[in-house]
Design a protein around this ligand. Sequence first.
Ligand SMILES: NC(=O)c1ccc[n+]([C@@H]2O[C@H](COP(=O)([O-])OP(=O)(O)OC[C@H]3O[C@@H](n4cnc5c(N)ncnc54)[C@H](O)[C@@H]3O)[C@@H](O)[C@H]2O)c1
Length: 430
Amino acid sequence: MYKEIVSGKEKVAVVGLGYVGLPLALEFAKKVDVIGVDVNEGHVAKLWRGEDPNGELGSDSFLDRKISFTTNPAELKGAKFIIIAVPTPVDKYNKPDLKPLLTATKSVGKYLKKGDYVVYESTVYPGCTEEECVPLLEQMSGLKCGPDFKVGYSPERINPGDLEHSLQNTIKIVSGCDDESLEEIAKTYELVVKAGVHRAPAMKVAEAAKIIENTQRDVNIALMNELSILFNRMNINTYDVLNAAGTKWNFMKFSPGLVGGHCIGVDPYYLVHKAAELKYHTQMVASGRFVNDSMGGYIAKQTVKRILAGGKASLENLRVLVMGVTYKENVSDIRNSKVSDIVNELVSYNIDVDVIDPKADAHEVLEEYNIQIQKEPVGLYHAVIVAVSHKEYVGLSADEFRKLLMPGGLLVDVRGIYRSLSKEFKYWSL
Ligand SMILES: NC(=O)c1ccc[n+]([C@@H]2O[C@H](COP(=O)([O-])OP(=O)(O)OC[C@H]3O[C@@H](n4cnc5c(N)ncnc54)[C@H](O)[C@@H]3O)[C@@H](O)[C@H]2O)c1
């Protein structure tokens, strides 16, 4: 397979051209022929025009690439190495929603041929590829995994908005259903990952590795969030503590904050789900989720309490400005953003909340959260909550906040980026 791909006899296909699939497809397309498949017609039209629907990549990323885009899965007949990078969200009960993954698997299975390779990149619980995807591929194709076609799992590690760590310079974990496929898959990914690949001994291992990378972050951030709730009661600034503790060589640098998005805030639920099936309660993992999911409401309540504390303001006619609504800094992605929890909690007190964000798409925010983003702040506010540390917000001066805050107004610094202004205003950070 590898030789046929490199010689141009066979093609690579990427199914799902989002944050993960598109950069990967374009990277392969520098070297080999690629077919990009996505169900979203609007996205595919943009891709043909050299536009990234998510706004992450510039038009130069599309130049001189051997790639075609389609919504028609039948075109997969022309590919031998098929990568699946579709979403793996949770449902409203925080249970894995495998619908997109299984739908994509069905489409791929329908056109699967002898000798094909299917590699999953979507984040799943350990065992999912073998237990859910392989049987469906076999059923749809009438072929047998192993003798007829091969399957692998290679998790993506990209970090949107991060210009330092890329697909090319981050070691990629690869795995296969047998030794032969592991080697072929490894060589194929080595075409695009300069940092090289790590050959995991089984697909389950690669799945587990990906999910614990994000679970480890989630649990550690939850610990910082819990400590920040405690330090708040003790009148200690958490960041002062972290700066002091961080001087020890083995203190790990995590900080409190909102955990949203489609990875860290979601993947641990996949692990919790699988553990429950095996009659094991992953208490550390689940409690990390509990703490992090509670932070939006906590920030809102602290804000209200502190505005009212001086006795000068009453709940009626309170105005709050929330700066930043994306799930993290310097991205336009709003999926599973916990800023909406802050807004909803404030609104539940009948507080008048204005929201601004330099990156988020106003239509998407309205559709997803029923929150109307304003172009600009209007008038003065009892509190300003800087929820996301977009580069446009980092380094804002005391004068800029003075233009936004009523006399005696409160600056809520969720990410602790304005600590130098803590004496200028009523100030609170996590
Ligand atoms: N975004 C990240 O930072 C990141 C990092 C590592 C891993 N992941 C994982 O990678 C996977 C993909 O995430 P993403 O952020 O790229 O998602 P995304 O929503 O940005 O993109 C997924 C794309 O798949 C398309 N799609 C959905 N169903 C399809 C189908 N049946 N056939 C063809 N196309 C289909 C969608 O239209 C969309 O364009 C998820 O499992 C995610 O957890 C994401």
